[in-house]
Design a protein around this ligand. Structure first.
Ligand code: 3PG
Length: 306
């Protein structure tokens, strides 16, 4: 009997696990759960006899792949797959997939939770400002960016986006003004929301030069990856511009330093919370389970990323 391991350092909601179990068991496979594991050794042991693996932000590197002698497919229940060593997966003959779009509404809603919090001075009791009528710039118009645009309309915001990989037409149809330079995005929007993946091209790409282009009282919202920020540049920008705020659903490496220096102007979730809703867990978790089964049973690899 084929074995499917769900390895989640940050567990899915129980209802999502029930759904995953149903999909796996209906296919005649066996489900094993490894949640909140404390060390990599636990993952290495659990993965040893797995044919399929479902993960979230859990790291799958060459060591994990080497320990997983039977592994044929790993599905990242979520969008970003920077936690999987794709080259190693290919070398070990393991198919890697993600579940694009399944948790994007959850992340997009959090953008506004964080945006309102920043606009209201982190709920410190002082007078803030409203989102209505303000400009919001979306950096990358993928699944999350599109949901952000949809919700922003409800707030009455003017929405612009920069995404060299997305045709203008797609943005225009969503009522979003396409911009053609990243500088323009930062210069003309009070709020900028980051939705780029972490890739060699994007890592460390947002620093002093871009951040200081933000208009007075600008707010930078990062629900993407900490790695896309040049943290030294961010600190320098916050120092130079006491009107700016940075809120992120991902704790930077220099979080304590930033919190100390820029108290009331920065906020970081202790753990990545964007996709941490029952709905996102159900959508992404069950999609991942269906994809694992589809691959193991029928060889279908529609969402393959390696
Ligand atoms: C994603 O890439 O899908 C999000 O960052 C969610 O990550 P998580 O599954 O670790 O919450």
């Amino acid at each position: 009997m084929k074995k499917i391991l769900v390895a989640t350092e940050k567990p899915f909601a129980a209802v999502a696990v029930d759904g995953i179990r149903e999909v796996v068991e209906n296919a005649g496979y066996q489900l094993t759960l490894l949640e909140k594991y404390a060390s990599k050794a636990d993952l290495l042991a659990a993965v040893a006899d797995a044919d399929g693996l479902i993960i979230r932000s859990d790291k799958v590197d060459a060591e994990v792949l080497d320990a997983a002698k039977n592994l044929k497919v790993v599905v990242r229940a979520g969008a970003g797959y920077d936690n999987i060593d794709l080259k190693a997966a290919t070398e070990y003959g393991v198919v890697a997939e993600n579940t694009p779009g399944q948790n994007s509404n959850a992340v997009a809603e959090l953008v506004f939770g964080m945006g309102v919090m920043a606009a209201r001075n982190m709920y410190a009791g002082t007078s803030g400002f409203e989102l209505k009528g303000k400009h919001l710039g979306i950096q990358a118009f993928g699944q999350v960016g599109r949901n952000v645009a949809r919700i922003a309309k409800g707030f009455g915001m003017d929405v612009e986006a920069f995404d060299p990989y997305c045709p203008d037409k797609v943005m225009e149809e969503a009522g979003v003004k396409p911009l053609h330079s990243i500088e323009e995005l930062y210069k003309s929007n009070l709020f900028v929301s980051i939705h780029i993946p972490a890739t060699p091209e994007t890592i460390g790409s947002i620093g002093y030069d871009l951040i200081t282009l933000l208009p007075k009282n600008g707010v930078l919202i990062n629900t993407a990856r900490k790695e896309v920020i040049d943290e030294a540049g961010l600190a320098k920008a916050l120092e130079a511009r006491p009107d700016l705020k940075y809120v992120a659903d991902v704790r930077p490496d220099t979080a304590s330093e930033l919190e100390q220096k820029f108290a009331g102007r920065v906020f970081f979730t202790p753990k990545k919370m964007g996709a941490q809703t029952a709905e996102a867990n159900i959508n992404a978790g069950i999609a991942a389970a269906n994809q694992v089964v589809a691959f193991l049973r029928d060889g279908i690899d529609r969402f393959r990323v390696n």
